[in-house]
Design a binder for this molecule. Structure first.
Ligand SMILES: [Zn+2]
Ligand SMILES: [Zn+2]
Ligand SMILES: [Zn+2]
Ligand SMILES: [Zn+2]
Ligand SMILES: [Zn+2]
Ligand SMILES: [Zn+2]
Length: 980
C-alpha cells in the first residue's frame, strides 16, 4: 500500500491531490486520455506495493495513485494505461445487465469499485459473474454483469468478451504478452468471463474484441441461443437462485459483519487542517439519510469541494456543472464558512444561493412528490428492490446502515471533531446547475455504423420526438419514420435494469433535470436508447411443481385453476409431467406471470409447497452442430459447503442458465429446459442419492425429451460415491479446479450401464409359505448400484439414524417407506440366520443359500464406499462382472466381521450367482438398502429385473485421470486458492 498520505487521500479528497497535481499538471484527469477517468497523482511509497496495470512490484519510492478508485501504477505504466477508472464503469457498459448479489465467500478478494481487499461478510459477490464489492461500494457498481440471454429488446450483432478486472488465478498469464498478469496482492489483470482469456489491463485492447467462448465453447449454452422475457423478475429468479443461504449467512455472522464493516469505511475523524463534509447525492439520498463523508482541506475553493464530492460518488463529471447546497444550515454560518472564506469570486454565489436553496426547500414537497412519482414509475422495482426485494433485503440496508452508523458514530463525534465542526454547516446537497444546452448520448440497439452511440445536443425545446428525428438523420436513416421508434430511458442500477419509454412530447432537458435532482449518480447510470417499436408477443414460461402426481391433464388444469386462479385466456398449459406432479405454463402477460410465480411459492397442496420457476427458451436450432451443451445439476447441500461453491463456480464458468440447483425444482427443471435440445450431456454434482434422483426423473420423463439418452457424468459430493469411483470420477470432491472438471467431462468416454427395477410386494407370509394377503401396496424402486438385505442393510440403517442430517439423503427416492420403517431395530434382529428366512431364485433356478447374514446384489464393482465385494479372482463358473452385461452379481457375507474384512480388502464376499431376473421370498421383516438408502421391508416377495434401456454414463478418460493440471492459463479464478 501507499504511504499514509496516499491512503488518506484516496478516500475522497482530490484537493490535496490537486495541489500536487498542479506541480505535475500533466496528470489531471482531463489529460489522461489513455486512461479514462483516473485522477492520478504521484505518491511516495513507504510499503511494498504492486502495479495494478502490469502487476509487477513497484521498486523505488514513486507510484501513481488514482484518487477516485485507488488504482496504483508505475510511472512507466502511465503511458500504456488503458483500463478505465471505476467512475467510468457506467459509460463502458455494453449491454446493461444487473448483478445478483449474494454474500461473499471466505476467500480473499478485491473490491472492483475501490480496489481494496474485501473482508468476509461485509462484502458481496455476484452469483453469476466475478464482481466482488464491499457492501458499501455496491451502490457504485452498475449493471455490467454478464449478458447470459437475449431479452428481446437490446440485442447485439457480435458477441464480445466480457472483461472483469482482477481476482485472477495466480498462475494467470497475459494472452497478449505472455507474462504473468494475476496478483493476489492487488486488483490486477483482467479476464473474459465467457472464454477465460486473461490479459494485463494495459494489453487488453490488443485482444480481438469478439469472444468465441474458449475451451468450454462446445459445452456452453451460447447466450444468443437463450431467450428470456423477464420484465420484473429479478435476476435471482431468472437464474433460479434461492436467497435462503444468503439469509442464513447474514444472520449467523451479524457480529462479524458490523466489526468488519466498521474497518472499511470512509474517514472517521478529520486530520488537522481538514474538514469532513456530509454530502448527499440528490433528494433520494436525503430522503434515506444516506450520505458520503468528504474530507477536504480547510482552505479550499468551492469548485474543488464540488469536485471532491463528485469523486466521492465515483462521478467523472466536470465540477463547474454542479454545486453544493447547504442543508438546514443557519444563516450565521455563511459569514465564516470555510468554503466561502477562501472561495474568492465564488463568494457571490453563496448568499444568492441561500434563498435559492430555501426556495428549493419550499418547493420541496412538490418536487419531492414529483420525484417520488417518477421514482415510483420506473420505480416500483427500484423501491421494491431497496426496501422490500427479498434479494436485497439486508444488503442494501446494511450498506446504508453502515454509512449511517459510521458517520454518526461516536468516532465522528470525537472531541476534536466536535470542536472543529461545532455549529458549522457540514451537510451538503450535491446538485446539478441548470443548463441551457447539453449533449446526450443515444445508444442504438443494433449498431450499424460501428458507433455504439450517437451524440445529440439538446436544448430546452428538445423533445423525445425531435431527438429521435435527429438521431435517425445522423444515422443516415432519415427516410425511416421516426414515429416507429421510441426513445427509451434505461437506468442501469447494479441490482435492476429499469426501462421507461419516453412519450414523444417529453422534454429531454426536463427529464435530465428531474433525474439529476433525484440523484446525480442515477443520472450517471442512465442512458437513452433508440428502440424500434415492435409488437412483440410476451411469452413467459413457468414450471409449477409439487402438485399431486399421476392426475390427468384436465385434472391438472383444474387444479392450478383452483389453486392459482389463473386467467385462462392468458395462460396455456404447455406440458404436463404427471409422474412428477408438474406442469409447464405459457403466460402471455408479464404481470400475470409474476402473480402466478409468487402465488405458487406461497401455495401449499397436500402439505407440500408448490415450486415455481421461470424457464428460459433455448433456441436449439441456433446451437452449433458441434455444440453439445452440458446440463449441470448441483446438490448444494451435498458435501458441506462444497456443493454451494461448485454451484457458484459452474454458474460463472458456463452460462448460468444451464446450471441448476437441484434443491430448487429437482431434476425436472433442467430436463424440461433442455427438452428440445437435440444433443446434450448431464453433469450431476452430489452423492449417490442425487445421482439416483436424476436417473429416476430422467427415466420418467425421457419420452418427452428430444435427446432421450443424455450421457451423465458425476462430481462426487456425497459419502458413498460408489458409482463415481467405478466411473473414475473419484471417491469424493476435494477441491479440484472446476474448470478442469468441465474439461474432463468434455473429454470423458461414454459407457453403458444397466439399471434395475426392484418390485417390493409386501405380503403376510405364513410359516408354510402361503400368502395371507397384502401388508401394504406393492412398491417399485430403481436401483443403480446395489441392493442389500440383512446385515449389510442393518449396519447402514444403524448409521442412518446418525446420518439423518446427511443432506444427501434428503433426496429420498423412496418417500413412502411404509409402516415398518418406524419399527425399532431392536425387535428385528433376525438377520443372524438370514438364509433361513429367505428363498432365492436366480433366472428361474432355486439357489440354495450358505450360512450368511447378508445378501447383496451388485450392479457395479464397488460397494459400501469402494469395497470390492465380488473380488477380482477369476472363476470358471462366473463371468467377469461388467456394468453393462445385463447381469447382477449375487454375493453373501457371513456377518459384521466379514463385512469389515471386505471393507479393508482382506477378503471378498461369498459368490453365490449371476443373473438378470431375481425372485426373493422373505418370511420376516428384514432390513434392506438400495444404493445405500436403508429401510425395513415387511415380509413378502421381491423381484429384481432390468429397468428399461441401459443408461449412458460418462467415464473419465484414463489419460485425463493421470494428467496433472499444469496449464494455469485458463484456470478459473475460483480455483486460485486451491479450493479449500
Ligand atoms: Zn481511478
Ligand atoms: Zn506497472
Ligand atoms: Zn470497495
Ligand atoms: Zn454480475
Ligand atoms: Zn471472451
Ligand atoms: Zn500483457
Amino acid at each position: 500500500m501507499a504511504d499514509q498520505d496516499a491512503a488518506d487521500c484516496r478516500t475522497a479528497s482530490p484537493l490535496t491531490g490537486k495541489k500536487r497535481a498542479q506541480q505535475s499538471p500533466g496528470l489531471r484527469p482531463k489529460c489522461q486520455g489513455s486512461a479514462p477517468g483516473h485522477c492520478l497523482r504521484r505518491v511516495t511509497l513507504t510499503k511494498p506495493t504492486f502495479c495494478h496495470s502490469c502487476s509487477d512490484f513497484i521498486w523505488g519510492l514513486v507510484g501513481f495513485l488514482c484518487e477516485v478508485c485507488n488504482f496504483m501504477c508505475h510511472e512507466k505504466c502511465l503511458k500504456t494505461l488503458r483500463w478505465p477508472c471505476s467512475c467510468m464503469t457506467p459509460a463502458a457498459v455494453r449491454v446493461p445487465v444487473a448483478h445478483c448479489f449474494g454474500p461473499a465467500g471466505q476467500k480473499k478478494r478485491f473490491c472492483c469499485v475501490c480496489r481494496k481487499p474485501t473482508e468476509g461478510n461485509a462484502a458481496l459477490r455476484c452469483e453469476v459473474c466475478e464482481l466482488h464489492v464491499h457492501a458499501d461500494c455496491a451502490v457504485f457498481s452498475c449493471a455490467d454483469c454478464r449478458s447470459s440471454h437475449l431479452d428481446g429488446t437490446l440485442e447485439q450483432d457480435t458477441f464480445h468478451h466480457h472483461w472483469r478486472e482482477g481476482n485472477l488465478a495466480s498462475a494467470a498469464r497475459c494472452d497478449v504478452c505472455r507474462r504473468s498478469c494475476g496478483s493476489s496482492d492487488v486488483l490486477a489483470g483482467i479476464r473474459c468471463e465467457w472464454c477465460g482469456v486473461t490479459s494485463h489491463a494495459a494489453c487488453y485492447l490488443s485482444v480481438p474484441p469478439e469472444c468465441i467462448l474458449g475451451r468450454l465453447r462446445c459445452m456452453m449454452l451460447h447466450p444468443a441461443c437463450v431467450r428470456l422475457d423477464c420484465r420484473n423478475f429479478s435476476k435471482m429468479h431468472n437464474y433460479r437462485i434461492t436467497e435462503s443461504w444468503g439469509q442464513d449467512l447474514d444472520n449467523s455472522d451479524d457480529v462479524d459483519q458490523s466489526a468488519a464493516a466498521s474497518k472499511e469505511v470512509q474517514p472517521t475523524a478529520p486530520e488537522s487542517g481538514k474538514q469532513l463534509l456530509k454530502v448527499f447525492d440528490g433528494d433520494d439520498a436525503l430522503k434515506r439519510d444516506c450520505f458520503r463523508l468528504v474530507s477536504i482541506m480547510r482552505a479550499t475553493k468551492n469548485e474543488e469541494v464540488v469536485e471532491a464530492a463528485l469523486r466521492a460518488f465515483y462521478l467523472p463529471d466536470e465540477p463547474q456543472d454542479f454545486e453544493l447546497l447547504e442543508l438546514g444550515g443557519a444563516p450565521r454560518l455563511h459569514s465564516n464558512d470555510i468554503l466561502n472564506r477562501n472561495g474568492g469570486p465564488d463568494n457571490r454565489g453563496h448568499d444568492n444561493r441561500g434563498p435559492d436553496n430555501r426556495g428549493h426547500d419550499n418547493r420541496g414537497p412538490d418536487n419531492l412528490g414529483h420525484d417520488n412519482r417518477g421514482h415510483d414509475n420506473r420505480g416500483h422495482d427500484n423501491l421494491g428492490h431497496d426496501n422490500l426485494g427479498p434479494d436485497n433485503r439486508g444488503h442494501d440496508n446494511r450498506g446504508h446502515d453502515n454509512r449511517g452508523h459510521d458517520n454518526r458514530g461516536p468516532d465522528n463525534r470525537g472531541p476534536d471533531n466536535r470542536g472543529s465542526l461545532k455549529g458549522r454547516g457540514d451537510a451538503w446537497l450535491l446538485r446539478a446547475k441548470p443548463r441551457d444546452a447539453e449533449v446526450i448520448k443515444v445508444y442504438v440497439g443494433r449498431p450499424r455504423s460501428g458507433a455504439a452511440f450517437i451524440s445529440v445536443s439538446v436544448s430546452k425545446a428538445s423533445t423525445a420526438a425531435s431527438v429521435l428525428t435527429e438521431v435517425l438523420s445522423l444515422l443516415h436513416r432519415q427516410e425511416e419514420d421516426a414515429s416507429s421508434f421510441s426513445l427509451v430511458e434505461i437506468y442501469m442500477s447494479n441490482k435492476q435494469v429499469q426501462r421507461q419509454t419516453l412519450t414523444p412530447q417529453e422534454k429531454i432537458q426536463d427529464k435530465l433535470q428531474e433525474i439529476r435532482k433525484v440523484s446525480v449518480r442515477q443520472m450517471n447510470q442512465t442512458r437513452f436508447y433508440l428502440v424500434e417499436n415492435r409488437k412483440r408477443a410476451v411469452q413467459v414460461s413457468l414450471l409449477i411443481g409439487g402438485l399431486t402426481p399421476l392426475l390427468t391433464k384436465d385434472e391438472y388444469v383444474q387444479l392450478i385453476q383452483d389453486q392459482l386462479s389463473i386467467k385462462s385466456h392468458l395462460v396455456t398449459v404447455s406440458h404436463v409431467y404427471t409422474s412428477q406432479g408438474a406442469v409447464a405454463l405459457q403466460v402471455a402477460c408479464f404481470s400475470e406471470a409474476e402473480r402466478i410465480y409468487m402465488l405458487a411459492k406461497d401455495t401449499t397442496a397436500n402439505n407440500k409447497t408448490l415450486t415455481s420457476l421461470v424457464i428460459p427458451d433455448i433456441a436449439h436450432g441456433e446451437l452449433g452442430a458441434d455444440v453439445c451443451p452440458l446440463l449441470v445439476f448441483v446438490n448444494p447441500k451435498s458435501g458441506g459447503m462444497k456443493g454451494r461453491e461448485l454451484l457458484y463456480s459452474f454458474r460463472k464458468l458456463l452460462n448460468p442458465h444451464q446450471v441448476f440447483d437441484i434443491s430448487n425444482g429437482g431434476p425436472l427443471a433442467g430436463l424440461h429446459t433442455f427438452r428440445e435440445v437435440p444433443r446434450f450431456r448431464v453433469l450431476v454434482c452430489g452423492g449417490d442419492g442425487t445421482m439416483g434422483w436424476v436417473l429416476g426423473v430422467l427415466e420418467a420423463v425421457r419420452h418427452k425429451l428430444v435427446c432421450r439418452e443424455p450421457p451423465i457424468g458425476i462430481v462426487p459430493l456425497g459419502t458413498g460415491n460408489d458409482l463415481a469411483r467405478v466411473l473414475r470420477w473419484g471417491a469424493g470432491f476435494s477441491g479440484e479446479d472446476p474448470h478442469h472438471i468441465l474439461v474432463s467431462v468434455d473429454e470423458a468416454d461414454e459407457v453403458l450401464m444397466d439399471r434395475w427395477t426392484i418390485l417390493l410386494d409386501a405380503q403376510d407370509i405364513s410359516e408354510d409359505g402361503k400368502d395371507n394377503g397384502f401388508l401394504e401396496p406393492p412398491k417399485i424402486v430403481q436401483m443403480n448400484n446395489y441392493f442389500g438385505l440383512g446385515i449389510d442393510a442393518e449396519v447402514s440403517l444403524d448409521f442412518h439414524q446418525a446420518r439423518e442430517d446427511d443432506p444427501d439423503k434428503f433426496t429420498s427416492r423412496f418417500h413412502n417407506k411404509g409402516v415398518y420403517v418406524k419399527v425399532g431395530l431392536q425387535k428385528i434382529s433376525c438377520t443372524r440366520s438370514l438364509h433361513k428366512e429367505l428363498q432365492l431364485q436366480v433366472d428361474a433356478q432355486n439357489v440354495p443359500l450358505p450360512h450368511i447374514e447378508g445378501l447383496i446384489f451388485l450392479n457395479i464393482p464397488s460397494w459400501g464406499s469402494g469395497a470390492d465385494l465380488w473380488g477380482s479372482e477369476v472363476d470358471v463358473r462366473h463371468g467377469k462382472p461388467r456394468i453393462d452385461d445385463g447381469l447382477l452379481e449375487v454375493v453373501g457375507v457371513t456377518g459384521v466381521v466379514h463385512m469389515g474384512q471386505v471393507q479393508s480388502g482382506l477378503r471378498s464376499g461369498i459368490r453365490i450367482a449371476q443373473g438378470n431376473y431375481i425372485r426373493l421370498t422373505v418370511s420376516k421383516p428384514i432390513p434392506v438398502q438400495v444404493d445405500g438408502e436403508p429401510w425395513i421391508q415387511p415380509p413378502g416377495h421381491i423381484i429384481i429385473s432390468a429397468a428399461g434401456p441401459k443408461v449412458r454414463m460418462l467415464r473419465k478418460s484414463k489419460q485425463k485421470q493421470k494428467k496433472s493440471s499444469r496449464d494455469g492459463r485458463s484456470e478459473s479464478p475460483s480455483s486460485r486458492d486451491g479450493g479449500h
